[in-house]
Design a binder for this molecule. Sequence first.
Ligand SMILES: Cc1cc2nc3c(=O)[nH]c(=O)nc-3n(C[C@H](O)[C@H](O)[C@H](O)COP(=O)(O)OP(=O)(O)OC[C@H]3O[C@@H](n4cnc5c(N)ncnc54)[C@H](O)[C@@H]3O)c2cc1C
Ligand SMILES: Cc1cc2nc3c(=O)[nH]c(=O)nc-3n(C[C@H](O)[C@H](O)[C@H](O)COP(=O)(O)O)c2cc1C
Length: 784
Amino acid sequence: MKTAIIGGGPAGLYFAILLKKLRPESDITVYERNRADETFGFGVVFSDATLDNFEKYDLPSYQRIVREFAYWDDIAIHFRGTEHRIGGNGFCGCSRRTLLLILQDRAEELGVTLRYEVDVDDESLFADADLVVVADGINSRFRERYADHFQPEVDLRPNKFTWMGSTKPLDAFTFIFQETEWGPFIAHAYQYEANRSTWVFETDPETFERAGLRDKSEAESAALMEKIFGWFLGGHRILTNRSIWRNFPMIRNKRWVLGNKVLLGDAKASAHFSIGSGTKLAMEDAIALYEAFRREPGVEGALSLYETGRREEVEKIQHAADVSLVWFEHVARFWDFDPVQFAFGVMTRAKAITYDNLRLRAPDFVAAVDRTFANQVRRQGFDVSVENPSAPMFQPFRLREMIVDNRVVVSPMDMYSAKDGVPGDFHLVHYGSRAMGGAGLVFTEMTCVSPEARITLGCTGLWNDEQEAAWKRIVDFIHANSGAKFCLQLGHSGRKGATKLMWEGIDRPLEEGAWEICSASPIPYFPDSQVPREATRADMDLIKAQFVDAARRGERAGFDMLELHCAHGYLMASFLSPLTNRRMDEYGGSLENRLRFPLEVFDAMRETWPAHKPMSVRISATDWAEGGITGDDAVEIARAFAEHGVDLVDVSTGQTVRESRPIYGRMFQTPFSDQVRNEAQVATMCVGNITAADQVNTILAAGRADLVALGRPHLVDPFFTMKAAAWYGAKDIHCPPQYLAGRDQIFRNSVRDRQDLEELKVKAKPKTRAELKMEAGEKPLAAE
Ligand SMILES: Cc1cc2nc3c(=O)[nH]c(=O)nc-3n(C[C@H](O)[C@H](O)[C@H](O)COP(=O)(O)OP(=O)(O)OC[C@H]3O[C@@H](n4cnc5c(N)ncnc54)[C@H](O)[C@@H]3O)c2cc1C
Ligand SMILES: Cc1cc2nc3c(=O)[nH]c(=O)nc-3n(C[C@H](O)[C@H](O)[C@H](O)COP(=O)(O)O)c2cc1C
């Protein structure tokens, strides 16, 4: 087999090595436009897990690599004069140049032909090759040549960054967040060999302009970085090597294979430097391609196996990198945070590291996080302990005069089980048991303000005395038997009305017994759904009066809090989203106009609802669809409601239009809560695929929400909060006296269970290379 590899970077070279080992008889040539020892960049970084992989796939290169590496265990975060160090991270760095020299030597040793200073353009050079590996880096010429086929998506991120170096020794992966007269600068720095460290500097485009960096030469910008970070550099110089400021391109390709050509490394997919994974991704691609050839002898079969088998892993890494880079792009949001909370946010930004996991590795740091959180709670007027604080999820929270004992919320969930809008025994047991299970706040399902406002015939309502009495029975039960507060969610289905019960066909139109529906504009939800009437002023007046009447009934029934449902494509949401609102009057067009009716309804309800009781609004913070609401719009919507007296924004997303394309994942809506909370400066509740108490604590401690709602987890576990309280030893959790024996038992057992699990985790965790070096009496290079 004849193989041509375009590009002698880590991806191309490592694949050449692995393929040559697999097929020693094959003819492999790597074409590299640079000289052998000429390269850009300073250090590269690998996690211990990546090194384990290298050890498995090619021992000789692995052994040479690890000899050259600097190791560290700590991440150090510098912010506003503080330093926080978190151990147990197991990373190492090596110079890119050394890495390439090792890989070049190893490839040559195996018989790979390396041709330097060949800038490949003419493909006739390898017309007879059976396999052409396109590993020509981030600006890949060959990817672009066949762009019609590969369909690359290049998302040029707004922040500016440059790769520089220094002689400054570092004993940790170091982040420095530095305020300057122009705005924030961030340094991502680590040592990769004795007296050499990599320094990636990053800043937002506005700060970049204000600092005049656009017109500065390489030397001038290095001098400016020396000045800004001089206090830390301690006289060490900043070094450059083609260190120009650029925007990071997030690259994805729809297709990776074209005939016998295959994309590898950066040419195919890039990963932001903040998770230190560019070179790792490139070399693991090489491993994946090699594995495909090991399993499939033919080129076509192997390439197809590589493309299908590798894609998910690459997308996962890119997603983590995306989440991380977005955090750095929005660092200004957290600039006023307490440094401890800020550092916690840095550590947990990409979801892999959580509150519990940090508690194992850095208990002192998490204790400081808990104390910081408790201090914030004290500033809200609560007499909570700071010396021995509860975990964040068990800290109380105040909205007007309503106090919730903890931050866990049962999310509003339609049970589709009412008759004529009247909640029955099912509802009493459902809400009652979830309240007794310990959640601080329980929401009703969307309760409809009129018969026509219902989504389905099974929805609860609050437009008559019978419904009011039935709700009062549930409210009274909850107040008598639990510590939970009870929030009434009021809504109107709009264009999603007159549809089937969830389990008979969600959002599908009723085949018989449908009523006339109305919406902001006459656009059906499904093509075959009923076309709604465009709401007239008379409709709007009537609906507003119905909301007010239901709020009044809610107050009489004794609810503690009231929510206006403006999410998920229902009537209020249909006014907010440009995808569902095409009105030509003062209720359509600009966001200000689209907000007008929901705000009118909110104001009217607020006037009726007692001043000491809080109100929230649920919004879809993105429509996940082209031309729809975005996170930035959500900030404006939240600001508008806050100006009208909303106490909490309940941040959900989507369900506006059928064509939406949500990006699901753990805690997938939390970034929107984070954005709304920290940009609009309003309290938020987040929700969406949050399933563990650890996640609840992570979100709260990082300041990404004030309350955390869980929907589906509560459907199968009413006692989610009680169990979490036992786990974290939050003894103050309310428990009905009838259940005290159970509570005492789970609290006792949890202490032991937790100890056992933690010991197991510690035992199961392999030692990091830095720890092993230290144990062997060697110093990690970084400390030399
Ligand atoms: C300026 C800069 C500095 C970086 N520094 C670091 C760092 O310090 N640490 C880190 O982890 N990551 C760094 N990265 C990212 C990292 O280099 C990549 O993620 C990783 O190298 C990808 O490996 P690759 O083999 O796919 O591509 P590359 O390493 O980019 O290799 C591609 C190779 O192809 C060659 N080539 C391109 N076109 C042709 C052609 N037509 N003919 C012949 N040869 C060609 C190039 O010269 C290059 O050697 C840096 C990236 C840039 C842009
Ligand atoms: C059965 C069911 C019914 C729901 N009904 C409502 C509702 O009435 N009002 C509402 O705002 N959200 C409703 N939701 C959305 C949830 O409140 C929540 O936002 C969503 O389920 C995501 O959270 P989770 O991943 O914790 O389940 C419903 C969800 C489910 C599963």
